[in-house]
Design a protein around this ligand. Structure first.
Ligand code: HEC
Ligand SMILES: [Cu+2]
Length: 327
């Protein structure tokens, strides 16, 4: 499997040709094709009429200079040329929006992979603690959720075959979802100009048949970096939480201390001071730790210290992974 390079055709061929690697990508292609066909239709219609009228109403002879009639308005015509394009763009919007929300719908049981962009490579972290550079392995046929961040400047995370793209932004957590159905190797590009090494900032996604993936995951565990056991992210997060004094103010479950309880915090709708509501996703949890004053939970004092300088980014990822396990 390793040696058998399944990247067929050139990279440029992959970018421009259709040949979607998943059902979702085919949906994106369908939207694109629909817009293309509508665009071609109206192009031919308007340009065809332009040429037809130019010929039909041309000046027939130099001495005949009959004046063009002065036409001021035609209500019926104006009504329809506003109505028809409006319907067309609303249809395009609606169809595109349906596909977009479908792509971004959270799916239960997704495999999670943490990817951090830095000049000029991708650092990969799996929830069980394994790490890699520029190579992501996932099982075929399962939804995958990429949790993205960046260390230095904005990078892009782009799968041409899956039509999926998301920015990696320093100081924020973004998410990209994918459902790779077919085993194979697929390129990943950085789409944001991020310095001299930008054009070489490439990685690959290796989609493995589930049995092979399970074997690889078990094998990787045993290798464990020369006998060292990999510490799963959530376990590391729990350890950090105990050392960082969070539990002086937070209870996991039970009587509320200074701050809110953590049970079920991930995914919960949080009511904030000022009346807004946010969903506690990865980015909210990260922000609550590095910039607790940014969003204050309603009914609680703004007393939580920032851990921005005391907890490195890796530790914050681990704490967030731990908070997500408290269901
Ligand atoms: C001095 C007490 C204190 C400490 C220490 C503290 N927190 Fe908090 N925390 C609070 C308070 C009070 C709030 C609610 C007000 C706010 O949103 O800032 C809060 C809010 C939060 C929230 C948002 C919870 C929600 O329900 O939306 C998270 C997540 C969080 N803290 C995580 C942590 C972590 C992780 C640590 C340790 C690294 C920590 N806190 C340490 C007091 C504390
Ligand atoms: Cu980059």
């Amino acid at each position: 499997m390793e040696g058998a390079c399944r990247e067929k055709g050139s990279v440029m061929g992959k970018v421009f040709a259709l040949g979607a690697a998943s059902g979702q990508a085919a949906q994106v292609d369908a939207v694109f094709l629909m817009i293309l066909v509508i665009g071609i239709f109206f192009f031919l219609l308007t340009q065809g009429l332009l040429i037809y009228f130019a010929v039909k109403y041309r000046r027939r002879s130099p001495d005949r200079d009959n004046e063009t009639p002065r036409i001021t308005e035609n209500r019926v015509l104006e009504f329809f040329w506003i109505l028809i394009p409006s319907i067309v763009v609303v249809v395009i919007f609606y169809y595109g929006w349906r596909v977009y929300t479908n792509l971004h719908e959270p799916e239960a049981g997704a495999v999670e992979v943490y990817v951090n962009g830095r000049q000029w490579l991708y650092e990969i972290k799996y929830p069980d603690g394994r790490t890699a550079i520029n190579e992501i392995r996932v099982p075929a046929g399962k939804p995958v959720k990429f949790i993205l961040s960046a260390s230095d400047v904005i990078h892009g995370f782009y799968f041409p075959d899956f039509r999926g793209k998301m920015d990696m932004i320093p100081g924020r957590t973004t998410v990209l979802r994918l459902q790779p159905d077919r085993p194979g190797r697929y390129p990943i590009f950085c789409t944001v100009y991020c310095g001299t090494g930008h054009s070489n900032m490439m990685a690959r996604l290796i989609v493995m048949p589930p049995a092979e993936y399970a074997e690889w995951a078990a094998h990787g565990e045993k290798e464990g970096g020369e006998g060292k056991e990999h510490e799963p992210l959530a376990v590391r997060g729990e350890r950090i939480v105990k050392n960082a004094g969070c539990l002086n103010c937070h209870n996991i479950e039970g009587p509320v201390k200074v701050g809110p309880d953590w049970k079920g915090v991930y995914g919960r709708k949080v009511l904030l001071e000022g009346g807004k509501t946010v969903t506690a996703d990865e980015d909210y949890l990260r922000e609550s730790i590095v910039d607790p004053g940014a969003k204050i939970v309603k009914g609680f004092p703004n007393v939580m210290p920032t851990y921005k300088t005391t907890l490195p980014k890796d530790d914050i990822d681990a704490v967030v992974a731990y908070l997500k396990t408290l269901k």
